[in-house]
Structure formats: structure tokens, C-alpha cells
Design a binder for this molecule. Structure first.
Ligand code: GAP
Length: 600
């Protein structure tokens, strides 16, 4: 039986060194699914995708978006505050006979699909899923055994920090928390002005119950995220006009609800960012703005508009922190519609929770229309009492009291006790002074819109869309030139001097100037062009006998196979304009008045 396109693609990605399963030599001994290595070509594609993301999401807005890097391991309190310890769970079910464990909602969906029943389990409770298992008599797909009750499984990877078993830490499941907990420092650096955003690109870990589908569901993967902080009283996005012409395909919450009821897929509609805001499909302009950028990003990776849309998440399907959320879906030939990014309106949820757990103020200020007089409670530590109660922790507690939030100060003034992390502070531990003060500004917790991209899924859909079979068996990887892992190939027409040394010196010079270059003088020129097409090299430079006479070479366009003839000294600038300025090679040649050779 001949292989289908996606099987050829999977084999190609493995054998050409894009990606492969990690720890392969131990795979027969241990169960370690959900981890993938990136090989030399995969690393380049991933790097180029990340760089494109920066060019679309970060560099044009550099006055207000700041990229940072924070640790992968974070202390337990961060995830108590963020709600991940409580809410970051999936449903699990166990076979009572063979002991295999399954992600319950996925198992139910798959088993029912085999019987021709399409059902959406997202948002169902564990009891609902259990009911479906009983009602449809779903058994272990491996051994036919009875299944256990459905229970929740927390996806955080746990570890300890340092040699103390009680100092628990977790691998972050999203880069976001690093940006929230460092808010005061980065907000100060940004001049304490809103709107402002923090970007982070990095690895995260999720202890997925049954990772499958290669790069689509991993236990360790990479994300690119932005936390955009804004004043909820001024949710305008100053850049909305820049993306006014972008057509966004999306399904609204109403349409999703209707589709669920009617047992069909939701139908997307096409709107501009302004229309999405005006129709109140999203609660602020930032959501529409990031939808437009995300569509543009995917488009520039070679994903056509009709292969993507934003799927509204119903309240019961949303993450615990989101008041409104959309998943950006991309159509994959192998896996169907998959979520490549999530766009969430996180409100003030995260900063408010971290305020509460850290006792530190995570606020911005806004100017009032007119000054108002308010009561302020000033809190000063009582050193003697604090030393008596907290002993060697006294200095730390005094520091926390000095930076107390107004809300906590007021509670102490009312005679209540407060808790900051592990410390309980009672009114006896402080001196209180109540003053009246005229203020012209008020403090508030900024709200957040978050676009969050999973890099590995994007690498996969980009490669899948670029992967083309010509004449049913010749591979052509039509990656956009700026994403291609190798930018230019240098090929002497035959392996003979001086063609080889001229070719080698051109390759060296291009590599020295920062381009990823392939030098190849092995085999017929036809087979080398085919090799370049397979690796997605956008431009192949050929050195021939005429090069020796007049210092010119041919530059072959991967997708049209048309060649132009240019001087060696112009190769670099021509290649750059194709890659950087997204120009068409043949058009560049025509514009420069170069010879164009239209043969295959
Ligand atoms: N900070 C928000 C957040 O993490 P998410 O929807 O859980 O949101 C964002 O994740 C993106 O990360 C997803 O849209 C998806 O592309 C990617 N992602 C999530 N889980 C993944 C997994 N197990 N393997 C690979 N990518 C994953």
C-alpha cells in the first residue's frame, strides 16, 4: 500500500533531521512520550518562526512591549496564587484490569467517534464524562477491561528547590507567571505608563496524561507570550487602525453554542478588527488587534486565510483566569483543526491574586477628573513586638509591613488580622495612623490581554503546509524564504577546478555575512537542485564556465525554477532582498536588468 502525504511528511521530518522523539535509545525501557528533539534543520525553522513573531508582535511596538526572560522553575506560592495548583487539571480514567491510564475526555470522544457519534467533551464535569462512559459502555481500548471512576490529575511537574524536601517548586506550565510576578520591576522600567506589555519566549512543562500526535501534544514545549497591561477604563488600542484591513475569520460564542446544540461544527464569519469591537464580540480593542496580528503571522508562515479561524470559548471551557477567550485554530491535513494559539482576557485576575499572596502592591495610577479627599491609613512596624513573635524572620516581616497594600492597612485599622504568605499579621504588631489626604490620582490593578502561542504546533503546521509532492513523489518544501532553514545553496555545475574553489569561496563569504549556506558539489546538477528543493532552499547559486570568464553566476528560484544571471558581488544583496524584503527573485532580477533564463 502506498503511503499517504502525511506519512511521507512524518518520515521526511525524521530522516532529514527536523525533529525526532527524545531519548530514543531508552524508549523501549521507559514510558517517555511527549518529548521531542529538534535537529539542525528544525532548530533553524523554529528560530526563524520565533524571529518572525518578534517582527510582528514585538519590534514594531518596542516603545511599549518589553521582552524578558524568567526562570522555568518557580516556587509553590506562585502557583497557589495563580490558581494552577487548584485548577490546572485534566480528567483521568484508569483501566481496572491492565492499569493503563487515559485522558478521560479524549478517550470518550475517540471511542464515540469510532461509533459514528461526534461529541464535544470540553467543559464537561467529571460526573458528566463518567456518565458517558457508563451509558456507552466504554471499555479500555487496549484490553477491554472495565474503567475506573473519573478523577482530576494536576498537570504541574513538581520538584524541590535546593536540598529541602519541603521547599516545593514546579516547572512553569506557561511563561506568563514569570511576567506577572516581576510586574513591579518591569513596570518601573517602562516608566509606569499604560498600556504596556511584557513578552517572553521560553520553555514550559505540562505533565500531559497521554501525549500523542508528535509536536502537537508535548510534555515540554515552547511558548511565545505577551501580557498586555491596560487601564480597564481606557481599553483603547492605539494601533487598531494599523490592522484595519486584516480580515479576521472567527466564530462567536453564540454561534458556538448553536453549533453545539445542533451537533455540527461552528461556521466562521469574516470581519475586520473594528467590526469585531463594534459588535462587542470582544470586550476590548486589544483582543481584536491581537487577532489581526495572529492572522497575519500565520499567513506569513504560509497558512492561507481559509485554513484558520478564531474559536470562541464558552464560559465552562475557558481557563480559570479568563473572562473571554478565543483559540486560534489552524487546519492540519493530518490532525484536523488544531489550536496554535490562545487569546485570553485575563482581567486583573493574576495581578490581584499575586498582590494577595505576596502582600506587594501591583498597581498603576490614573489621574482623577478632580481632586478628592480620602482617608489614608499609615502602618508602621512595631519592632519590639515583631521580634518577639517572628524572631529571625523579624526583618523580613518588617519589610513586608512597610510595603503593605492600602486594602490590608485598612483591614488592620478595623482590628482584623491579615495574612501575607506564611505570616499572620495582627493589629498588635503595628502602629497605625489615620490621616485625611487630598489625592489627584487613584490606584488600580491593570487588566491584561494575553496572546499565547505554542511554537512547536506552529512549526508543525508551517512544515505541513509547505510540504508539497510534485509529480506524486518529488518533495518540494515551499517554506517562505525567511522561514527556510537554509537560505542559499552554492553549487559548482561540475566538480572541477576552478569551479569548486570559486563556489567554496562564495559559500564562505555568504556564511561569513550571516546566511545559512549549503555547499554541494556531489552528483549531477539536477539531483542537487532536487535536494535543495527537498530542503526548501529558496535560492540555488550555480557556478559554471561562464563564471570563470565574466564573474557571473545563475540564481535559481526554488518554486518557479526560473534563473537569473548576476555578478558574484551582487549575490548577497539579491538574496537579502528575497529573504528580508520578501521580494520575488525573478522580479528583482528584472528590475536590475539582469538576464532571465526561463527553463526547467
Ligand atoms: N498562558 C496561556 C496559555 O498557556 P494555553 O492555551 O494553555 O494558554 C497556549 O497554551 C498554547 O500553547 C496553545 O495554544 C498551544 O499552541 C500550546 N500548547 C498547549 N499545550 C501544549 C502541549 N501539550 N504541547 C504542545 N503545545 C501546547
Amino acid at each position: 500500500m502506498s503511503k499517504d502525504r502525511s506519512e511521507v511528511l512524518m518520515e521526511y521530518l525524521l530522516t532529514r533531521g527536523f525533529v525526532w522523539p527524545s531519548f530514543e535509545i531508552y524508549r523501549s525501557m521507559v514510558e517517555v512520550g511527549g518529548f521531542y528533539d529538534y535537529g539542525p534543520l528544525g532548530v533553524e525553522v523554529k528560530r526563524n518562526i520565533v524571529e518572525k513573531w518578534r517582527r510582528i508582535f514585538v519590534y514594531p511596538y518596542q516603545d511599549i512591549i518589553f521582552e524578558i526572560e524568567t526562570p522555568i522553575i518557580m516556587p509553590e506560592i506562585v502557583f497557589q496564587a495563580s490558581g494552577h495548583l487548584e485548577h490546572f487539571t485534566d480528567y483521568i480514567v484508569e483501566c481496572m484490569k491492565c492499569g493503563r491510564k487515559y485522558r478521560a475526555d479524549h478517550l470518550v470522544e475517540e471511542e464515540l467517534k469510532k461509533r459514528g457519534i461526534n461529541i464535544r467533551t470540553e467543559g464537561l464535569s467529571e460526573r458528566d464524562i463518567e456518565k458517558l462512559i457508563i451509558e456507552h459502555e466504554i471499555k479500555c481500548p487496549q484490553c477491554g477491561g472495565e474503567l475506573s471512576k473519573v478523577y482530576k490529575f494536576n498537570l504541574l511537574f513538581r520538584t524541590t528547590i535546593g536540598p529541602y524536601s519541603n521547599n516545593v517548586g514546579y516547572i512553569r506550565p506557561e511563561t506568563a507567571q514569570g511576567m506577572f510576578v516581576t510586574f513591579p520591576r518591569i513596570f518601573d522600567l517602562a516608566g509606569r505608563k499604560l498600556p504596556f506589555g511584557v513578552a517572553q519566549i521560553g520553555r514550559v512543562g505540562r505533565n500531559e496524561i497521554s501525549p500523542r500526535q508528535g509536536l502537537i501534544r508535548l510534555r515540554e514545549f515552547s511558548q511565545m507570550e505577551i501580557e498586555l497591561f491596560f487601564d480597564p477604563k481606557d481599553p483603547r488600542c492605539p494601533f487598531l487602525d494599523d490592522v484595519r484591513d486584516v480580515k479576521i475569520r472567527l466564530t462567536t460564542e453564540d454561534e458556538v453554542k448553536k453549533a453545539v446544540k445542533e451537533g455540527r461544527d461552528p461556521t466562521p464569519m469574516e470581519l475586520t478588527p473594528r467590526e469585531i469591537v463594534d459588535r462587542k464580540i470582544v470586550p476590548n480593542e486589544w483582543m481584536a488587534f491581537y487577532m489581526a496580528l495572529a492572522m497575519t503571522f500565520m499567513n506569513e508562515l504560509g497558512i492561507p486565510v481559509d485554513h484558520q479561524y478564531f474559536l470562541a470559548k464558552l464560559p465552562e471551557e475557558r481557563a480559570h483566569y479568563a473572562a473571554c477567550a478565543f483559540d486560534q485554530m489552524v487546519l492540519s491535513e493530518r490532525f484536523g483543526w488544531i489550536e496554535v494559539s490562545g487569546l485570553a482576557y485575563r482581567t486583573d485576575y493574576d495581578l490581584s491574586r499575586h498582590e494577595k499572596f505576596s502582600g506587594r502592591e501591583l498597581r498603576a495610577e490614573r489621574r482623577l477628573d478632580r481632586p478628592v479627599e480620602i482617608e489614608v491609613v499609615r502602618v508602621y512596624p512595631n519592632p519590639q513586638k515583631i521580634r518577639e513573635v517572628f524572631r529571625d524572620k523579624a526583618r523580613e516581616v518588617m519589610k513586608l509591613i512597610a510595603g503593605l497594600r492600602e486594602e490590608d492597612a485598612r483591614r488592620l485599622a478595623r482590628g482584623e488580622k491579615i495574612r501575607i504568605g506564611e505570616y499572620e499579621i495582627t493589629p498588635e504588631l503595628v502602629f497605625l495612623k489615620v490621616e485625611r489626604k487630598k489625592i489627584t490620582k487613584e490606584k488600580f490593578v491593570p487588566h491584561v490581554v494575553e496572546p499565547s502561542f505554542g511554537i512547536d504546533r506552529i512549526v508543525y503546521v508551517t512544515l505541513e503546509h509547505a510540504f508539497t509532492l510534485v509529480d506524486s513523489d518529488k518533495i518540494l518544501l515551499r517554506l517562505p524564504p525567511d522561514i527556510a532553514p537554509i537560505k542559499v545553496a552554492v553549487l559548482p555545475l561540475v566538480r572541477r577546478e576552478p569551479l569548486t574553489s570559486i563556489g567554496a569561496s562564495i559559500a564562505r563569504e555568504l556564511a561569513r555575512r550571516g546566511l545559512k549556506v549549503l555547499y554541494d558539489d556531489d552528483g549531477s546538477i539536477g539531483s542537487r537542485y532536487s535536494r535543495c528543493d527537498e530542503l526548501g532552499v529558496p535560492i540555488a547559486v550555480t557556478v559554471d564556465d561562464r563564471t570563470v570568464e565574466d564573474g557571473t553566476v545563475t540564481l535559481r528560484d526554488r518554486d518557479t525554477r526560473i534563473q537569473i544571471r548576476a555578478k558574484i558581488s551582487d549575490i548577497y544583496s539579491i538574496v537579502r532582498s528575497v529573504i528580508e524584503e520578501k521580494r520575488d527573485l525573478v522580479n528583482v532580477g528584472r528590475e536590475l536588468g539582469l538576464e532571465v533564463i526561463e527553463r526547467t
